[in-house]
Write a protein that binds this ligand. Structure first.
Ligand SMILES: Cc1ncc(COP(=O)(O)O)c(C=O)c1O
Length: 367
C-alpha cells in the first residue's frame, strides 16, 4: 500500500480524470493567432442570443445584488412546474444542468456502485463515475447513438448498477431515440436503477420530449437546461423533473444558493417567451438543412442531427481544425471521444454558417 499524502485523492479514479476540455475561447484565439473576427461554433450556444425579456428581467434585479437569491427558487420552480405540468415539489434547480447531473450522481451513486452510459455520450457521465469512484460501464454505440438493448443487458448483468445516463438528443453525435424506444427501455429497467434522461437539446425536437415518463416511472429523472435554445449559457441555470421523493433527496445535496438571483429571474422570463424558442427552432432547422446540403456538396459524411450542432467527418480533423483556428473559427474536434476524423460544429447564424462553409471548402481544396 502506498503511503497517503495531502495529494492522495479520495479515489484512485480521480487520478485518471482529465479536467473538462472547454476548447479555445474567443480571447485565446485573438491572442494566439492575432485574428480579430473570431467565430465560435464549438459550445452549442445559441447564436441568436436570448429573449429580449431576459434583459428586462435582469435589469430590474440590478439593485438587489447585495442580497442572496431565494434558496428555494420559488418563482422559477413554479414557472418550470407550470410549463411542464408537474407539481413544484417535482422540480430541482441547478447551476446549469451539469450541476444537476453532478448532484444526481452524488446523491444516489456510491463508490461501490456502477453507472451505465453509451460510447460517444456526453463526456460528463464518465467523468462523474470517476469523480465518485464508481465503476463506469461504457456500452458500445450503435450507428453513433445509444444501443438501448445492449445498455439494458449491461444493467441486467451487473447488480451494482444504480444509474443509467441517456442524452437525447445525444451530444456530440446529435442522434435521437424515439419516445417508443425510450418507453420500452424504461419499462424493462429494474426499479432500483435510476434512469437519467438528459434533454439538454430537446427544444430543437420538442415533439420527442419524454416528459410523460415522469408520471409513469418513479425512477426516471429528466434534466433540462437554459444554456442551449434559451440562450442563457453564461448565467448557468437548468432544472430536473422527477418524483417528489427523488427531488427531496436532491435538495439535501445541492448547495444552498446554487442558482443566482439573475439566473432565476432570467430563466422565468426566458421560459415565458416561447415565441422566441419557436423562432430559434425554425431558424436552426433551416440552417441545419443548408449546412448538411453543403456537406453533401463537399462530399463530407455527417451524422443526421436533431439538435443545434452536427458532427462531420473531415478525415484529417487535426489539420483541418488547426487551419480553421488560424482563420478565426473555433469548432470542436472529437478525438477526445475517440472520433478522430470528426469535428462537431454548432449551427450559427446564416452569415456564420456561410463563413464556416466557405472557409472549410477553401481549406479542403488547399490540402
Ligand atoms: C448533453 C448535455 N448535457 C448537459 C450539458 C451541460 O450544460 P449546462 O451545464 O450548461 O446546462 C451539456 C452541455 O454541453 C450537454 O451537451
Amino acid at each position: 500500500m502506498t503511503e497517503k499524502t495531502f495529494l492522495t485523492p479520495a479515489y484512485d479514479s480521480i487520478l485518471k480524470l482529465k479536467a473538462y476540455q472547454t476548447g479555445k475561447s474567443v480571447e485565446d484565439l485573438k491572442r494566439e493567432y492575432e485574428v480579430n473576427d473570431v467565430l465560435k461554433l464549438a459550445s452549442n450556444e445559441n447564436p441568436l442570443g436570448s429573449s429580449p425579456y431576459v434583459t428586462l428581467a435582469i435589469t430590474k434585479q440590478l439593485d438587489q445584488l447585495a442580497r442572496y437569491p431565494d434558496s428555494n427558487g420559488t418563482d422559477l420552480k413554479q414557472a418550470v412546474a407550470d410549463f411542464n405540468d408537474v407539481h413544484s415539489s417535482q422540480v430541482t434547480l441547478g447551476n446549469g444542468s451539469n450541476d444537476l447531473l453532478d448532484i444526481i450522481a452524488r446523491t444516489f451513486v456510491s463508490h461501490n456502485d456502477a453507472i451505465v452510459y453509451s460510447e460517444y455520450a456526453f463526456i460528463v457521465y464518465s467523468m462523474l463515475a470517476k469523480m465518485i469512484g464508481a465503476t463506469g460501464i461504457e456500452v458500445p454505440a450503435k450507428r453513433y447513438g445509444h444501443d438501448l438493448e445492449a445498455m439494458l443487458e449491461a444493467i441486467q448483468q451487473n447488480n451494482n448498477v444504480r444509474m443509467v445516463f441517456i442524452a437525447n438528443p445525444n451530444n456530440p453525435t446529435g442522434t435521437l431515440l424515439s419516445k417508443q424506444e425510450i418507453q420500452e427501455f424504461v419499462e424493462q429497467v429494474p426499479a432500483h436503477v435510476l434512469v437519467v434522461l438528459d434533454e439538454a437539446y430537446i427544444e430543437y425536437c420538442e415533439e420527442s420530449n419524454n416528459r410523460q415518463l415522469i408520471d409513469e416511472f418513479d425512477n426516471v429523472i429528466l434534466v433540462r437546461t437554459f444554456s442551449k435554445a434559451y440562450g442563457l449559457a453564461g448565467l448557468r441555470v437548468g432544472y430536473a423533473l422527477s418524483h417528489p421523493n427523488v427531488a427531496d433527496m436532491l435538495n439535501r445535496i445541492r448547495q444552498p444558493f446554487n442558482v443566482s438571483l439573475l439566473a432565476q429571474s432570467a430563466a422565468v422570463a426566458a421560459l415565458a417567451d416561447q415565441d422566441f424558442i419557436a423562432k430559434v427552432h425554425k431558424i436552426n432547422d433551416g440552417q441545419m438543412r443548408w449546412i448538411c446540403k453543403q456537406f453533401d456538396a463537399l462530399g463530407l459524411g455527417f451524422v443526421k442531427s436533431y439538435s443545434n450542432f452536427v458532427m462531420v467527418n473531415v478525415g484529417d480533423a487535426d489539420s483541418i481544425n488547426q487551419a480553421l483556428l488560424e482563420q478565426g473559427i473555433i469548432v470542436l474536434p472529437l478525438a477526445g471521444y475517440g472520433l478522430d476524423e470528426w469535428l462537431r460544429i454548432t449551427v450559427g447564424t446564416p452569415e456564420d454558417n456561410t463563413r464556416l462553409i466557405d472557409t472549410l471548402r477553401d481549406t479542403l481544396e488547399s490540402m
